[in-house]
Ligand binder design. Structure first.
Ligand code: PEP
Length: 258
């Protein structure tokens, strides 16, 4: 079975200006190094607002820090008359490794449907970025017991037509919408049920080896107190962390969950 290096990624959402961003990244690095964090064994990434990325790049590359970084969204287009949009080419040029695609807040607040999400996954891949593809069900869907079918339909739509080599570059984040920013966390068994089904579907869409290598994250109210139990599940390879990622001590202890 392929070795999957766990990934803890902090989605800052619309928080922290570029000065606060620089400060947080420095403090996070100190805290992790103080805790003897093994960056090769457990990857750490921050996903700041676009306006912070240049400053974050400067501090990370200038000081040769092992923290990776990325954007929270990108345009499906590469360039042109798309006012306010950000091209994957710009993110790649800034040294981003990752870009979040299809976060539930983008789907709900900006009307991003499966077709837009699929186009953004392709845009990320065109520019050598690893998309962190978010999928997840709303509360009514879970109450109806249809979470697996719902998530697999989102996954199928986003990955339709991609080669196994392309799928290998994708990180999937299972984020039940009812658990995001609510303090309601899925049980480890809930997370495993869906993450396991995602891996099985990835094998059907590509190959068993490809599916074994893809990292599947859980996201939704991850905190220092619950991360270890979720990470212990077989098909959970990391976490996408929102609220707790802008508190240095919390995010640092989440990254040092083991
Ligand atoms: C998120 O926004 O991706 C998220 C998981 O948020 P929180 O950790 O605050 O629930």
């Amino acid at each position: 079975m392929a070795e999957r290096i766990p990934l803890l990624a902090g989605n800052w959402k619309m928080n922290l200006d570029h000065l606060q961003a620089t400060h947080l990244v420095q403090k996070l690095d100190w805290s992790l190094r103080d805790g003897k964090h093994d960056f090769a064994a457990v990857e750490v990434a921050v996903l700041p607002p676009f306006t912070d990325l240049r400053s974050v790049q400067t501090i990370i590359q200038g000081d040769k820090l092992a923290i990776r970084f990325g954007g929270q969204d990108l345009s499906q287009h590469d360039a042109g008359a798309y006012t306010g949009e950000i091209s994957g080419a710009f993110l790649a040029k800034l040294g981003c490794t990752y870009v979040v695609v299809g976060h539930s807040e983008r789907r709900a607040l900006h009307g991003e449907d499966d077709a837009v999400v699929a186009a953004k996954v392709r845009a990320a891949l065109r520019h050598g970025l690893s998309p962190i593809l978010c999928v997840g069900e709303a509360l009514e869907v879970r109450q109806a017991g249809e979470q697996v079918a719902h998530v697999l339909a989102q996954l199928d739509a986003a990955l339709d037509g991609l080669t196994a080599e392309e799928v290998a570059q994708v990180v999937v984040a299972y984020e039940p919408v009812w658990a995001i920013g609510t303090g309601e966390v899925a049980t480890p068994a809930d997370a495993q049920e869906v993450c396991g089904a995602i891996r099985t579907r990835l094998a059907e869409l590509t190959t068993g080896d490809t599916a074994d290598g893809v990292r599947i994250l859980y996201g939704g109210s991850v905190k220092p107190g619950n991360v270890a139990a979720i990470m212990a599940e077989e098909d959970v390879d990391g976490a996408l962390v929102g609220g707790a990622s802008i508190e240095v001590d919390d995010f640092s202890s989440i990254c040092r969950y083991r």
